[in-house]
Design a protein around this ligand. Structure first.
Ligand SMILES: NC(=O)c1ccc[n+]([C@@H]2O[C@H](COP(=O)([O-])OP(=O)(O)OC[C@H]3O[C@@H](n4cnc5c(N)ncnc54)[C@H](O)[C@@H]3O)[C@@H](O)[C@H]2O)c1
Length: 327
């Protein structure tokens, strides 16, 4: 199968590249390397079934070149993470809305099936936990920058459905905090990356708010498996799936766990939201997926327990820091 992965040099995208090439498929990556890293795909450059194009999803000519001949498009390129979107709201919205429109339009012209990467963030601060795909969403006011990301991704989903009405084969996945090796050690938006970096440096592990907000974390191998099932199964056409693990943990407990696994002397420090963000900020109290639809239609179940996944992610980050010459 000929597959284009937008954002394929990023965290999730590069693991999809590994898996598809290992299965014998042809893969093209289109990535502007804004948050992705060449190091994530470097090991495939000698493979004649792999093609890397440094380019921007906002540039229709570059997307057109990349998409030519593709049967499947995994659309992952995006401005990712709340800190990014809070600090660069205009840029984030442009990439996440306009860029997706370009990709969907050209995939439609090409006749390729599309998998759209969306996010658990679209549920906003809904209290209807666990979040079911068809449940109502609850977002805060537009004056709070955070909700721009959820709104842009929800608009992407609406656009995908609109293209489906025109005959495009689409499926959507909503990731719940994926983590694992290649999680960017610079820590964009990932609370796990941020805590691990702090713990390994012996600095305070900074938990925002009271730390009792909960999240569900998904190991990268599970995220890849769920993505490919949603991208290729007939039953998944026109459907949206939560890709997550039915295990919920408070952010404070996550900090404790990372402190334990890294054997770090770091203290855990509670930081009020207004000190962490320059604009007003809202943080959902709970974020927990209903995983029954993915189980029923795709036979998908996330398997890796958090402690096991954390050990692998931490080992990788340790190696990266050593390579970078950190003390
Ligand atoms: N990691 C998670 O937990 C998570 C959670 C929810 C949703 N998602 C979604 O999954 C997708 C992948 O996320 P990720 O965690 O791998 O993040 P990532 O930042 O590692 O990957 C995004 C990739 O897109 C590329 N990119 C950004 N803007 C681009 C542009 N204009 N043109 C071309 N390439 C561009 C980046 O360089 C990067 O390689 C994103 O769509 C994200 O919104 C991820």
């Amino acid at each position: 199968m000929k597959t284009l992965i937008t954002g394929g040099a990023g965290f999730i995208g590069s693991h999809l590249v590994d898996r598809l090439l290992a299965e014998g498929h042809q893969v093209t990556v289109l990535d502007d390397l804004s948050t992705g890293r060449m190091a994530n795909v470097q090991h495939h450059l000698h493979n004649n079934r792999f093609r890397f194009i440094k380019g921007n999803i906002l540039a229709a000519t570059q997307v057109e070149e990349a998409i030519k001949g593709s049967e499947l498009v995994l659309h992952l390129a995006a401005a990712v993470g709340i800190p990014y979107v809070v600090e660069e709201p205009l840029k984030g919205m442009l990439i996440n809305v306009r860029g997706t429109e370009v990709v969907l339009e050209l995939a439609h012209q090409q006749g390729a099936r599309v998998l759209l990467a969306s996010t658990s963030e679209v549920y906003g601060k809904s209290t209807a936990v666990p979040f079911a795909e068809e449940a109502d969403r609850t977002l805060g006011p537009t004056s709070i920058r955070r909700w721009a990301y959820a709104t842009a991704k929800a608009l992407d989903e609406h656009m995908a459905y609109a293209y489906q009405d025109r005959g495009l084969g689409i499926s959507i996945v909503r990731y719940f905090n994926a983590y694992g090796p290649r999680l960017d050690p610079r820590g964009y938006g990932s609370v796990i990356a941020k805590f691990v970096i702090q713990a390994l440096a012996g600095q305070p592990i900074t938990v925002y708010g009271d730390g009792l907000q909960t999240r569900s974390f998904t190991y990268i191998d599970d995220a890849v498996e769920g993505t490919l099932l949603a991208a290729t199964r007939q039953e998944a056409l026109g459907e949206v799936f939560n890709i997550g693990r039915a295990e919920e943990i408070t952010i404070y407990r996550l900090a404790e766990l990372i402190k334990e696994v890294t054997n770090s002397p770091s203290e855990i420090l509670l930081v009020p939201y207004d000190q962490a963000y320059s604009h007003s900020f809202e943080d959902p109290r709970r974020r927990h997926p209903d995983v029954s639809k993915a189980a029923r239609l795709l036979g998908f179940q996330a398997r890796d327990p958090l402690v096991d996944g954390l050990e692998k992610a931490i080992q990788w980050m340790r190696q990266q820091l050593e390579l970078a010459g950190a003390p």
